[in-house]
Write a protein that binds this ligand. Sequence first.
Ligand code: PMP
Length: 371
Amino acid sequence: HSVRKLNFGAGPAQLPYELLENVKDEFLNYHGAGANIMELSHRSSTFAKVIQDAEQDIREILSIPESYAVLFLQGGATAQFSAIPLHFLNLKPSQTADYLVTGYWSEKAAKEAEKFGKVNWVVPKGSKYQGVPAEASWKLSADPSYFYYCANETIHGIEVDDIPAIIPKDVPIVCDMSSNFLTRPFDITKFSVVFASAQKNFGISGVVLVIIRKDLVEKNTNKSIPLILEYKIQIDNGSMYNTPPTFAIYIASKMFAWIKQQGGLKAINEGADKKSSLVYQTIEQSNGFYVNFVEKKYRSRTNIPFRIVTNGVPDEKLETLFIKEAIQSNMIELKGHRAVGGIRVSLYNGISVKEATQLVNFMRTFQTNNS
Ligand code: PMP
């Protein structure tokens, strides 16, 4: 695919080539409609089928029971930072939510929730975000309205594989899975709310998927929630209270079908293991040339930040050269987030094992030439 570059960006991310080809085929005339799907009414039977298929596929991929609603909403994951406390902060008499802050995105969510009520920071503020403090040091509330955490911190490269065992079984769990959603299987019935923006692992920006326990939505007593953020209204209207992001939902439906074709989350999970192991092995075998600062247990499989180190300190000049030479080798979007600097490799579902191999080959050659 000679015109295409290899995109390791943190999102919006690269999509599978065959999916783009398929979208191109349907671009002027979607299934004989004589229009692109983005030009058709969201009330048309053509679009109704797209969103129904999308919901059916994601329910199948994750075995989502009927007791959960699947919503395709707007405002990104960021809108959920507000919608969640607005609905659930006062669910219990404690009127407090527990937030496990492990990086930039959970910190943002906790600060947003503080606008609406009491937030208990489970681990002390001001951490360097290089892992997750030991559970023994956590300060949990007696009976919190919910427990919130981010399964994968996109900027700091910290992933929490599973629900922390320390959380009592009856506490509703809310999870931001934006950057590792659909990279591994998980049991949705252990969660009350899971949300994820599409532009990393299942499509393009414009849509955020929210999977939510219907009974919890019924328990909401806050009458002052802005219309557009209200779960009940969106559930009652099949995510179409107002005009939904039709093209983004169409792309998500194609990604769900693609994931099924790959062999579902089992196969995707194996691929994610392979891709991330390639990069982490290259870092580990570099004799300290490449350094990732995250505690091993919490290393992210989808976002791998690292520094290039010479004489014990990060070498910004060499990092700039790395990014420049990567571009010359057709690999783009490798610059780390400004909050942490250095390099960041994102390995979402649109990146293949072969492409990750191409990157580590480049990393090895770069090290040989510059040390
Ligand atoms: N949470 C996480 C973990 C993210 O990575 C991002 C985006 N990078 C967001 C939330 C915010 O998502 P959005 O830009 O779609 O609002």
